[in-house]
Write a protein that binds this ligand. Structure first.
Ligand code: IDP
Length: 138
């Protein structure tokens, strides 16, 4: 047993396109547990903390603008190896090359913008999960 928790976000493009229910259905079908869920309109300060590792990159400012363009659904998700498992469900960062069968592969679209609008976020390590859960649910 290695039950753990992760932060999942349905990003503004996923909420705006009405895909929250479809994404939650995949998460629940996989057997992960929703511990907490809320609609959030993050301010810049919260997003700078969340995306600190990307500060200075070409897509950083467009990423923050995109994440402030509308509400996201923040989910505290639990399960055995859920960090790795949700990232597997989500698929690769680039929706064009994300594998069919993944959330990004099936629903994501490359809009030709400076930032990939790829529907979801999932923490990438136990350390990131603890930090990000504090930012969104602290
Ligand atoms: P991940 O969300 O797949 O873990 P990260 O490398 O942590 O990917 O990047 C965070 C977010 O920044 C991505 O989900 C995507 O929205 C955006 N992003 C990352 N790399 C690029 C890029 O090369 N071009 C445009 N947007 C990017």
């Amino acid at each position: 047993m290695s039950t753990e928790e992760t932060l999942v976000l349905v990003k503004p493009d996923g909420v705006a396109r009405g895909l929250t229910g479809s994404i939650l259905a995949r998460i629940e079908a996989k057997g992960y547990a929703l511990v907490d869920i809320r609609l959030v309109e993050p301010d810049r300060d919260r997003l700078e903390k969340h995306y600190a590792e990307h500060a200075g990159k070409a897509f950083y400012e467009p990423l923050l603008e995109f994440m402030m363009s509308g509400p996201s659904v923040a989910i505290r998700l639990a399960g055995n190896r859920v960090i790795e498992g949700f990232r597997s469900l989500a698929g690769a960062t680039d929706p064009t090359t994300a594998a069919p069968g993944t959330i990004r592969g099936d629903f994501g679209r490359d809009w030709g913008l400076a930032v990939q609008q790829n529907l979801v976020h999932g923490s990438d390590s136990p350390e990131s999960a603890a930090r990000e859960l504090g930012i969104w649910f602290g």
